[in-house]
Design a binder for this molecule. Sequence first.
Ligand SMILES: [Zn+2]
Length: 314
Amino acid sequence: MLTLVSCQSDVIVPTLAQLSTPVPTQITPTMTATFTPTSTVTEAATATLTPSPTITDTPGVIIQISLTPSDTPIPPPPTQTATPLPEAFTFGHSAQGRDLLAYRFGTGQHIILLAGGIHAGFEANTVDLMNELRSHFALNPQAIERDVTLLIVPAFNPDGLTFGRVIRGRFNGNQVDLNRNWGCDWSENAEFNNGAVDPGAEPFSEPETTALGSLIQRVQPAAVMFYHAAANGIFAGDCETGGVSDELAQIYGEASRYPYGEAFSAYRVTGTAVSWIDGLGIPAVDVELASSSETEFNRNLQAILAVQQWIVGR
Ligand SMILES: [Zn+2]
């Protein structure tokens, strides 16, 4: 169930009420995300830009949303969600208190969410890619379809970014792997490269996953891409009650020329972001860049434009 609560009686966000959905039968931990409308971001993003401190951390609207596990059927997203997101906003904080930032481009009703850096310093080129895309769409707003909003989270795991390309750089401030902490097929025995990683004490135990899960349930994106490096391929989210992500993998794979259509098989993965989102009925894929150092900007730009066309043409 979406429970939307404003903690400030003088702050009105009327469209939040439109997102109410029928009550699912099971509820997992309640979480709180703070949406902080901010002043306009005027900086020019660059390839090396890390999340900017220009976002002021002022009190905002508290939105409490009960996360639902992905084995609970969820009705399809509403078709009209004219959600007036700010151009830049903080949607939560990391385990070590760093801002989780999102940037909006375009104002269309269909939201495409891109998240870089879930594995942070270990895959920092995905953060660079997100910042290059921010620069591109800031300079080329006409590239965004009228009915589309791009929402870019450049660095979903800012704690791990501080460690660089070492294994510690994959994890958040609690040393949890944020791509093993979501609510579909979560396991306490999580792996990376056939070694054990910490999936957190339970699904959504980490502030980063609860914050982004909350944002996703609030804005109901039409498609979601998480960026990784460097397994060279597009991997569809696949939750038992979902199975809606294969076409997105095909669209992205054909336009980008990354391989697609195969399940990730290098090692067992559990509790991933894209599978939880797939279980919500929202198409979601992991984009694994081919390199650990390059952004591969052009092929990803072409794929994002193709996803836009797919979304508006459906
Ligand atoms: Zn990764």
